[in-house]
Write a protein that binds this ligand. Sequence first.
Ligand code: G3P
Length: 196
Amino acid sequence: DTELLFALALGYLLGSIPFGLILTRLAGKGDVRDIGSGNIGATNVLRTGSKPLAAGTLILDCLKATAAIVIARHFWPGTENFAAAGALVGHLYPVWLKFKGGKGVATLLGILIPLMWQAAVVYAVIWLGLLLVARISSVAGMTAAASAPVSAAVLGEQELLPMFLGFALLVIWKHKENILRLWAGTEPKVGRRPSA
Ligand code: G3P
């Protein structure tokens, strides 16, 4: 069906906009991929020393997915899941950056907001809570991502469960270097540089 393809393409196009890279370039901070973890996400943008740029990256990486889903819902009702999948894959694997994209924590939140707001609330609470308590962004992000399929199962949105499970596994897979650093005890707390 062409509508499904439109939604998928729209999701990918919006999702693949690397806001962390764009904002830091515009602000004259150079290439965010040359510092810290090399990631283009808000956590690594924070390592440039700019909280406003990090907040902007977080919000825009989140809202690009929300926008894709809301637009798809408006023009092609029933294609929201394709817009969602396109947005996450676009963010994680943008063709413009030789498929080296972000890790999907902000973008997955932007997907949950229009698809299942209760899961988005749980996700945000877990993410912020763990960030405040543990101060390790990857741990907070991966745990929040894992909460999405759990929310779908527990709060009775069974039809979203397989997709959310797939999304969570993708986000965790993109954190494989973080997992190795956590294992080695070298994963930095928020605001500091990784030592490996
Ligand atoms: O959202 C990305 C975060 O979970 C980890 O970022 O730069 O520490 O690898 P980073």
